[in-house]
Design a protein around this ligand. Sequence first.
Ligand code: GTP
Ligand code: MG
Length: 197
Amino acid sequence: MIVKSAEFICSNTQISKLPPPVKAEYAFIGRSNVGKSSLINMLAGKKGLAKTSQTPGKTQLINHFLINDNWYIVDLPGYGYARASKSKKADWSKFIHTYLDKRESLQCVMVLIDSRLEPQKIDIEFCNWLGEKGLSFVLVFTKADKQSSIKTDQNIAKFRKALLETFEEVPKHFLTSAETQLGHDEVLAFISQINQQ
Ligand code: GTP
Ligand code: MG
């Protein structure tokens, strides 16, 4: 798929104010600082589209970006942001879980995982929750440029193995880098395929 246009539509803290659920949407979620906003910019081919930061906790709203006037990329706040207050964490968590569970136009949840790390409990638990809810998701490993491909492959294998404790079949995965554009064509082709169904 070629991205011809990518446009910021809105930021929200209220489910009732989201755009009408008439266009397909893909939610990008993962731990704080995993690289959600950077990956969105890489896929959209527009550097400043989603705001990125070295400081975790940058994205605090549900942001809708309209691609090719046809479908949405949704940038979500990261989970597991240690420095947020307990009540704020609980608010975000409830909001994100409600959005994911209730959004009719959501086609697939793109779960971002830092490819430098061994499997993290919080990521596994989040995948398990998606599984319990019957939501379809794929794994998107980020920051592949930051370490050797041997290390990356080991971490991916360990993550897939950890999921096999609860899933009969582990969903598809992609390997990406916002720096080198790795995974750009594969992720967009995957989305394009679902949009055409
Ligand atoms: P929150 O909105 O705070 O949850 O973070 P996020 O998941 O949106 O992460 P963001 O895209 O803001 O990136 C966090 C940091 O990681 C930034 O300093 C990015 O430049 C860096 N980063 C993101 N993706 C990559 C990547 O593929 N390679 C490298 N080398 N750095 C990356
Ligand atoms: Mg962000």
